[in-house]
Design a protein around this ligand. Sequence first.
Ligand code: NAP
Length: 254
Amino acid sequence: MTTPTTTRTAIVTGAARGIGAGVAKRLAADGLAVAVLDLDETACKSVVTEIETTGGRALAVGVDVADEEAVQAAVERVAAELGEPTVLVNNAGILRDNLLFKMTTTDWDAVMNVHLRGAFLMTRAVQTYMTKANWGRVVNLSSTSALGNRGQANYAAAKAGIQGFTKTLAIELGKYGVTANAIAPGFIETEMTKATAERIGVPFDDFRTVLVKEIPVGRAGQPADVAHAVSFFASEGAGFVSGQVLYLAGGPKS
Ligand code: NAP
């Protein structure tokens, strides 16, 4: 394994809470400077403080990943204030679940905009620094829902799209030392899955019990489980792993 001569800078989107917060803290513990991006800059502060308290470097940046100009400005700010980013974790996400016949165009567009347009805009902005450095790591959050999930036509399409996007990045950017991989989690305990339980009117403990019965390792996933996989894909030694989709679901899911 090669050791970097300078500290790498990572950007994690949707990192104020949930999986993104877990990933940001893990990459900081791995020695990277971490830009914590989310819609609300103030909401990113507690993750930044936690990283700084443990001796790391971090920066809170408010940005809507679906907003082209805001993305460009946010990435330039990270480069100026923290360091030129060469690790990008496209994690920001939303749900707008409904059965197809009830799904509004607004809910379709909202999900496409955050997951697909967001990952596209962020990656296009950050690849400039990656190709310049001749080194980079892109990790995109897909989902087991990419395989199809009732009530999630929009989300499933976006998460399957993320996989095609990832494989294409791997092909186009490989010659610049940039890898791109996707992680497709199953059930991870976060505000997102708590909101799903609430939406369908089931107490979260009951919701978890039902889902865990179907998980071979017999427990729900945690943000730290996803962060561990991101840490691997972002590592110096993972330079020959590219274009892959890792199903991270406590059992085989594809
Ligand atoms: P979460 O708890 O809802 O966190 C998502 C974060 O993304 C929130 O802080 C949210 O901000 C932020 N965000 C939403 N729209 C944004 C935008 N346009 N620009 C910037 N930030 C935005 O979700 P999570 O469970 O940690 O999920 C993280 C990722 O993993 C998502 O891509 C999700 O689809 C994927 N995933 C999750 C699971 C699971 O079981 N939890 C499974 C498979 C895949 P606000 O709070 O302000 O909305």
